[in-house]
Design a protein around this ligand. Structure first.
Ligand SMILES: NC(=O)c1ccc[n+]([C@@H]2O[C@H](COP(=O)([O-])OP(=O)(O)OC[C@H]3O[C@@H](n4cnc5c(N)ncnc54)[C@H](O)[C@@H]3O)[C@@H](O)[C@H]2O)c1
Length: 724
């Protein structure tokens, strides 16, 4: 629907028109329904206004146009409709591109998806040098492709290789990089953005306009881009570039995600058969992708994360988070230094780290510095910024400097007694309002809080390793945790750059609990003689990024054995273990950290080489390499117990809703996004079919596959887990 005043038109004294996109009532510009109608109406005004040239810009603080309104895409009900919309957008941008009045985009803020497609249809682009300015085509992340000419214009502007890199990954680049590859013509301070764009626009409108454009392009194109363009024009070179890109795509996502393959097809078609054919195929493939199951799942995940951004996870309404001005971190080990890193670098909150001795504190600070150094090396950060951020973290071996902390997060060894002891130390050294958060991966928070004199201030904040890379934070509330404490932990997590789910306390909370039966099933397969690499491959063929045995090596076999025992004690039959892991630990194997696990690790950088065949002897099993096994069946055998456990977590109220369960599994454990998480997966299969499969495995493998009550109930009532 058309929106009044979303696109304004003004005339400058120098004869250049300025089109200002400023969707009322929104903090960001997006392509709302009816945008192109409004845009065409303004374009007619421009055409009849007598201006020589036009600048297109935005009235928002942090976005040029941040892309499509995903709600509009979600509502599309058939491929034909999606294809038609794509054609309409293409048409509008074609008219802009071929207009005799040259247009220049003045870009400040997010210029993504359709926003970049619009900018590319202009004759030239100027970007502000502001850190908020980012350019990209993120459609692939939603299982789609750019449907308004992006697959055609980007390769023509920047060459095939740079274009594929952007379209296939959806990455967002900064203005400096955009200038380097030729996506923007100039980068200027925001204050003179429109003036700079108007200057170019006038130049383009002048008698030597086309020539000045050609000069600009050749000045931009560095040697690499020229070579690359040449490669693209020559069929053998083109085959090489597309062949390599396809290999990369296959390596990354296998055949599970259709969009990257369609992107390759459409880009190639445009280069070989011309822009018109390329645009036609682009619209057609866009229409198909919008209706694909994978895009539906990825769009659902997108909306789930948007909803989580607004969710504080509290029980009551009208609760707000307290300001956190300083965070204490206990333990400067693997997790502790990671938590301190995201606190200073993302949340910009000072952190104080404590460990047992100077050496451990030094190692922690060194590890933080190393992450910054890598960023500096990759030119993602300036040295001065690194030094400033490093000055926000300090270390100590006692509780000095903790009194002023609003929150203390502990990441000491996984030991209840120790955790209770440090809790008491914290309570003695801090104000009564200081929040105590534990990063335990398996101990119920209620148990830790038993030692507390103020249990309402105790909460779980379960981060994942490596903390600076993993996107999830699982916040665990006990029956006693105060609402304000929950809101404060959630808010800090978001500032640290995390997607945050809030769950109720219990053994293993949510993520560790559902990981248990998955890892346990892998142990059963091992005990049956299924070769290690086959188990890992089966999980990956289901869509997990790594297999469970690799994960065991990463997490630490000793840690997993300990957690397995706790799970068995808590959940009985269905987490019954075949009991091999202890034997492996006794054999001196702890995984990658110890240089010895299921796989062999090289001395240099601990690089993994191959399966360590001697592990079978330690386990007392013979690998059966002869039997041909179905990877699909093995993959399901690993995944279904995880899905069933997630359903139990929902039934028991550990989870507040299926959404949190899906996001927790995808962002915390690598559950395949294209399957949408355990609950979307169960719904797509249908509860009755899932129940049938679980019963089939229960007949073969026993009680571990006993279906949860809630699944039986959903299967018989015909209800799904989500109501839409
Ligand atoms: N490693 C993971 O993947 C992971 C993931 C999520 C949660 N966790 C949890 O995080 C916690 C820490 O794990 P980690 O992997 O960082 O272990 P780690 O061994 O790397 O670090 C623990 C640190 O705590 C220090 N420490 C011990 N007692 C202390 C005390 N009294 N005061 C201050 N420091 C003390 C140790 O010296 C060590 O540096 C554990 O509870 C673990 O279960 C780990």
């Amino acid at each position: 629907m058309s929106r009044a005043n979303a696109i304004r038109f003004e005339k400058r004294a120098d004869g250049v028109g300025v089109v200002i996109i400023d969707v009322p009532g929104e903090s960001q510009n997006t392509f709302y329904e009816g945008f192109h109608e409004d845009f065409n109406a303004v374009k007619q005004k421009v055409d009849s206004s007598g201006v020589k040239a036009v600048v297109i810009t935005s009235g928002k603080e942090s976005s040029f146009i941040a892309g499509a309104d995903i709600e509009v895409i979600k509502k599309m009900t058939n491929s034909e409709e999606a294809e038609r919309r794509s054609r309409e957008a293409q048409q509008a941008l074609e008219e802009l591109a071929s207009s005799p009045i040259p247009a220049v985009a003045a870009i400040h803020g997010a210029c993504l998806g359709g926003g970049l497609e619009l900018a590319m249809a202009c004759k030239a682009r100027v970007a502000s040098d502001d850190p908020r300015t980012k350019l990209g085509l993120p459609e692939v992340q939603l299982g789609l492709l750019p449907g308004a000419g992006g697959t055609q214009r980007l390769p023509r502007l920047v060459g095939i290789e740079a274009a594929l890199d952007m379209i296939l990954t959806g990455k967002q680049i900064d203005p400096r990089r955009a200038r380097k590859i030729g996506l923007v013509d100039e980068v200027v301070p925001r204050a003179i953005l429109v003036d700079a764009a108007a200057k170019i626009a006038l130049e383009l409108a002048g008698p030597n306009g086309e020539k000045s454009l050609a000069d600009r392009v050749s000045e931009l194109a560095d040697v690499k881009a020229l070579r690359e363009l040449a490669l693209g024009r020559n069929p053998a070179g083109r085959n090489l570039v597309f062949g390599q890109a396809e290999k990369q795509v296959r390596k990354k996502g296998g055949d599970a995600y259709p969009a990257p393959y369609k992107i390759l097809e459409v880009v190639r078609c445009g280069l070989e058969k011309g822009m018109k054919a390329g645009l036609e195929l682009e619209a057609k493939r866009f229409g198909e992708l919008v209706m694909s199951d994978v895009a539906r799942r990825l769009i659902e995940i997108f909306f789930a994360t948007v909803a989580l951004k607004k969710d504080l996870g509290t029980r009551g309404a009208n609760v707000s988070a307290r300001k956190v001005s300083k965070v204490g971190v206990l333990g400067a080990g693997l997790m502790g230094h990671g938590i301190a890193y995201v606190t200073i670098s993302k949340a910009h909150v000072p952190a104080r780290m404590k460990d047992k001795d100077e050496a451990a504190v030094g190692r922690g600070l060194g590890a933080i510095r190393k992450i910054f150094d890598e960023r500096v090396e990759k030119r993602r950060m300036r040295e001065i910024e690194r030094d400033h951020l490093m000055s926000m973290v300090t270390g100590s071996t006692d509780m000095s400097g903790f009194k002023s902390c609003d929150m203390v997060i502990e990441a000491v060894f996984e030991d209840l007694e120790l955790k209770q002891r440090v809790l008491k130390e914290v309570e003695a050294a801090t104000e009564p309002t200081t929040i105590f958060a534990s990063n335990t991966s398996s101990i119920p928070i209620t148990k830790i809080a038993e030692a507390s004199s103020r249990p309402e201030m105790v909460i779980g904040m379960h981060y994942f390793s490596p903390v600076h890379k993993m996107p999830l934070l699982e916040v665990i509330r006990t029956k006693q945790t105060k609402d304000e404490v929950i809101a404060t932990a959630v808010e800090l997590g978001k500032k640290q750059g995390k997607t945050v789910i809030v769950v109720n306390d219990g053994v293993g909370f949510y993520t560790s609990r559902i990981l248990g039966p998955y890892m346990n099933e892998a142990a059963w397969m091992l005990s049956e003689g299924v070769p290690i690499e086959v188990i890992d491959e089966a999980a990956m063929s289901f869509g997990f990024p790594v297999g469970p045995i690799t994960l065991l090596d990463e997490v630490g076999i000793d840690v997993a054995a300990k957690v397995g025992k706790i799970a068995q004690a808590a959940f009985g039959d269905r987490m019954q273990s075949p009991g091999g892991l202890e034997k492996i630990v006794e054999d001196g194997r702890t995984g990658r950290k110890g240089g010895k696990g299921f796989y062999v690790y090289g001395r240099k950088k601990g690089k993994r080489k191959s399966v360590d065949e001697s592990v079978y002897k330690a386990l007392g099993v013979k690998p059966n390499t002869k039997e041909k096994r179905s990877l699909e069946e093995l993959g399901e055998r690993l995944a279904l117990p995880m899905v069933a456990e997630a359903i139990r977590c929902l039934a028991e109220g550990v989870l507040r809703n299926p959404r949190d369960g899906d996001i927790g599994a995808i962002f915390g454990l690598g559950f395949p996004p294209f399957r949408g998480g355990p609950f979307r997966y169960a719904d797509a299969l249908g509860p009755a079919e899932l129940l049938r499969r679980m019963r089939g495995y229960a007949d073969k493998h026993g009680k571990r596959f006993a279906p949860p009550e809630l699944l039986i109930e959903r299967a018989s009532s015909g209800h799904r887990f989500y109501d839409h």
